[in-house]
Write a protein that binds this ligand. Structure first.
Ligand SMILES: NC(=O)C1=CN([C@@H]2O[C@H](COP(=O)(O)OP(=O)(O)OC[C@H]3O[C@@H](n4cnc5c(N)ncnc54)[C@H](OP(=O)(O)O)[C@@H]3O)[C@@H](O)[C@H]2O)C=CC1
Ligand SMILES: O=C(O)C1=N[C@H](C(=O)O)C[C@H](O)C1
Length: 232
């Protein structure tokens, strides 16, 4: 496949290496100062850019009839606009807060645990996410996905970074040098604690998942998630 990389930073470069290893060709490497020239030649685009650029990048793909996989986080308030545009253009679009296989299994585990814990009111839920110092958004997209899955299966109504109310899930967003991405969900009662945790050891898993998602999306129409890609 001919792949356009929208965002050629830490993730874009790992995605490029994996895509080349899998026999694909890179037809565009776009950063902030670059144009979309070459996008029209792409079979699929992979957007790992910055929160402020994601909507423009995804829109450019949908308007040019290029299927697009986006892993950029921190722009989700506009997600419904991209869904509408994709429907209008009869395009193909996947957004994933986290493309790693391990995290997508962790999402399933988190939902299952939330269902089991929903009637056990003695347990209070909280979460933390730890990422490198360069990360622009907080909490992480993955933490928001985890929180939303708990909210959908419990009496919690939202999440908060600070001063969480009784019906809000507190998320602690921690920034430390060099951490690719660690997420934990805690259930604490007076007598014990349950904790589930996913630790990424590098960006390899995110990038591999994004390339697999792009291969899966090629030739399809519609709006999908990693759950569809992985058949979970
Ligand atoms: N879903 C997932 O599995 C994962 C998601 N992420 C998310 O992916 C995103 C990128 O992460 P990461 O690679 O670490 O970040 P980087 O900061 O390393 O890379 C972002 C890149 O985007 C470029 N950029 C800025 N503006 C634009 C624009 N208008 N169009 C295209 N590119 C642009 C930057 O270029 P310049 O230097 O010119 O500004 C930079 O090279 C983040 O939102 C992060 O949260 C990260 C890992 C996994
Ligand atoms: O910015 C990152 O690095 C990461 N971002 C994603 C997120 O916000 O959840 C995924 C991963 O944790 C790495």
């Amino acid at each position: 496949m001919k792949i356009a990389l929208l965002g050629y930073g830490r993730m874009g470069k790992v995605i490029e290496r994996i895509a080349l290893e899998r026999g694909h060709e890179i037809v565009l490497r776009k950063n902030a100062e670059d144009t979309f020239d070459g996008l029209e030649n792409a079979d699929v685009a992979i957007d790992f850019s910055i929160p402020d650029a994601a909507v423009e990048n995804i829109s450019a793909c949908l308007n040019n009839n290029v299927p697009v996989v986006s892993g950029t986080t921190g722009w989700l308030e506009h997600y419904h606009n991209m869904v509408e545009l994709c429907e209008q253009k009869q395009g193909a679009f996947i957004y994933g807060s986290n493309f790693s296989l391990g995290v997508n299994i962790f999402f399933e585990l988190n939902t299952h645990l939330a269902k089991m814990m929903s009637n056990l009111k003695q347990y209070k839920v909280s979460m933390n996410e730890i990422h490198h110092l360069q990360k622009l958004d907080a909490p992480s997209g993955t933490a928001i996905s985890l929180a939303n899955d708990i909210i959908a299966n419990s009496d919690y109504s939202s999440w908060a970074l600070e001063n969480a109310k009784e019906d809000e899930i507190h998320i602690d967003a921690i920034r430390e040098e060099g951490i690719p991405g660690t997420h934990s969900v805690f259930y604490d009662s007076e007598v014990d604690s349950i904790e589930i945790k996913h630790t990424a050891h590098s960006r390899e898993g995110f990038a591999f998942g994004a390339v697999v998602a792009a291969e899966w999306l090629y030739g399809k129409k519609g709006i999908y998630t990693m759950k569809d890609v992985l058949g979970l």
